[in-house]
Structure formats: structure tokens, C-alpha cells
Design a protein around this ligand. Structure first.
Ligand code: GLN
Length: 293
């Protein structure tokens, strides 16, 4: 009997269920819709259409990778973030929906600065796929962005993502560990740095531990290494009326705030993620303190 979309969906879901994946049905639908370039809705209406042997073989190979805990979007090689389609590569963290909240928190600042100055310069430290910076550029047409990363693979991916999304003219990259190779001042400094404590890495779910790059996850012994490096140089790179936007771990709000306060910044706003955890902090220069210096 010929294989159909429906029969392959059922086969894939059963295989993923047998592998113990709670999201088996959803994962099967996302994998098949991605591989065949079909909208999710089309899976419902076109279920009786035959699938070629070649497509069936591609689907089965992808399902086996998912059964071995490779994440769906790593297998597909791209994922959507803030309406942009972003390519993933070996040394880039898969963009998370929670990180869209950091973008949401910064858009009003980017718009305010762009409308008062006519432009807004953004630096995204540890840009990875470019997700955060590119989303801000897509939302604010007068903004320009610089993405930094220690990984050449990440910088190439971020540039490719800028091209794919029509943002290449306003986006550049530099290879740098945090601010080390960065010159000049910016209106917005943003980062989703590695913030997981080293001793927690072995406990992460296999999807993260084996498939996201460890350099994008491991924040050192107390998880705060990157924040210390960023805080200690941010004053030299932030315009007077600029802001710093950071993603943080669920239990890091107090510690990260203290690090930035010690360098002359004050917490302007904070936001929680979709699960109700502290996830985003926005700082600005503490004007009173700088005046009293
Ligand atoms: N949010 C990521 C996770 O849960 C961690 C990303 C990071 O360290 N910046 O795995």
C-alpha cells in the first residue's frame, strides 16, 4: 500500500512515543511540515496524499535523529525567532522563545533613541545566530547593529541570517570576547550570555547538553563570569542615554543587579519569562552617582 502523509505522521509519532518523547505528536508534525515545506494546517487537509520513497526516507532519518534527542529545529537546521527565519549551526545556541522577551523590552528604547537621534547603534555581545540583534534591526529601521562572538562559525551564521532576512546592510560582525575587540560607544548593549553554572551542565536535558554549544551555556563556577566581564567594561561603551539589556538565569536577578550597580548602573526595568521566572534586566547609567563622582 502506498505511504501517505497520514501514515507517515502516525508512524513517526509512534516511533517518537516509543523513544519516550512526551512531545511525540507535536515533534512529528513539526519535523514533517519542515522537511516537506508544508504549513502545519496542510498536514490536516492533505493527509491522504502519497509521499514519495525519497521523502519518506528523509522523514524516517529525521525521526531517528529526534528519537536520539536531537532537537527538532537542529534537525531542520533553522528556526523562527521574532518572525525571522534563522539558520542554526554547530556553534550557535538555538534561539529560545523566552529570549523574544528581551527583544520586546528593548524595542521601545531603540525607537525612542532612533527618533531623538535619527539612529540607534546596537552591539550584541555573543550574538550566536544574530537572533537578538537582527530582531531589533527588523523592528527599528533606523537602527544599526554589530554582533560579536568568539566563534567564527557563529559570526558566519549571523551574517548569513542578516542576508536571508534583508538586514545585511545594517549589520556587521567582529570576532571578540565580550568587549575585548570592540571600539566606540553604543546606544544599546545587549547580550544573552552563557549563564549556567558549570556544575549544572551535566544535569541539563540531552537536547541542550549535547546539541547546544557548551560555550554558549557555561557561565563559569557561579554562572556570572560573562556578566562580570560585560559590567566591568560597559561604562566605556555605553552612550549617556543608552541602555543595557541582558538575559539572565532564573535565580540571578539580585547578583547581576549588584554587579552592574557596582559599576555605576541602575536597574531600569525587569521582566519575567513565559514560565514566570526572572529573565530580563535593563540597566541605565546611574546619573546621580555619575554626577557625584
Ligand atoms: N536559556 C538557556 C537554557 O535554558 C541557557 C542560555 C544561556 O546560558 N544563555 O538552556
Amino acid at each position: 500500500m502506498a505511504q501517505t502523509l497520514d501514515s507517515l505522521l502516525a508512524e513517526s509519532r509512534d516511533r517518537l512515543k516509543a523513544a519516550g518523547l512526551e512531545s511525540a505528536g507535536l515533534d512529528a508534525r513539526h519535523l514533517i511540515s519542515g522537511l516537506l515545506d508544508l504549513a502545519l494546517a496542510a498536514l490536516l487537509t492533505r493527509g491522504r496524499e502519497p509521499i514519495s520513497d525519497e521523502d519518506a526516507a528523509r522523514i524516517r532519518a529525521a525521526v531517528e535523529r529526534r528519537a536520539a534527542h536531537e532537537p527538532v529545529y537542529r534537525i531542520l537546521g533553522e528556526r523562527e525567532f521574532f518572525g525571522l527565519k534563522l539558520k542554526l549551526s554547530k556553534e550557535t545556541l538555538e534561539p529560545r522563545p523566552d529570549t523574544e522577551i528581551l527583544v520586546d523590552c528593548l524595542i521601545p528604547h531603540a525607537r525612542r533613541i532612533a527618533s531623538s537621534k535619527g539612529s540607534c547603534r546596537i552591539v550584541d555581545l555573543g550574538t550566536g545566530t544574530g537572533a537578538i540583534c537582527l530582531a531589533l534591526l527588523a523592528a527599528v529601521l533606523d537602527a544599526r547593529g554589530l554582533g560579536t562572538d568568539i566563534s567564527e562559525d557563529a559570526l558566519a551564521t549571523a551574517l548569513e541570517n542578516a542576508r536571508r532576512n534583508g538586514l545585511a546592510e545594517r549589520f556587521g560582525t567582529v570576532r571578540s570576547k565580550w568587549f575585548e575587540a570592540v571600539d566606540g560607544r553604543f546606544d544599546i548593549i545587549v547580550s544573552n550570555p552563557p549563564y549556567i553554572r558549570s556544575n549544572v551542565i551535566p544535569e541539563l536535558e540531552p537536547e541542550v547538553r549535547y546539541h547546544d554549544p557548551v560555550a554558549a551555556l557555561d557561565g563559569g563556577e557561579d554562572g556570572l563570569d560573562a556578566y562580570r566581564a560585560i559590567a566591568s567594561h560597559a561604562g566605556r561603551h555605553l552612550e549617556t542615554d543608552g541602555v543595557i539589556g541582558l538575559e539572565i538565569g532564573f535565580d540571578q536577578k539580585r547578583a547581576v543587579t549588584a554587579l552592574f550597580e557596582a559599576q555605576g548602573f541602575r536597574l531600569l526595568s525587569a521582566a519575567k519569562d513565559l514560565g514566570g521566572n526572572d529573565r530580563v534586566l535593563v540597566f541605565q547609567q546611574d546619573i546621580e552617582r555619575s554626577n557625584n563622582r
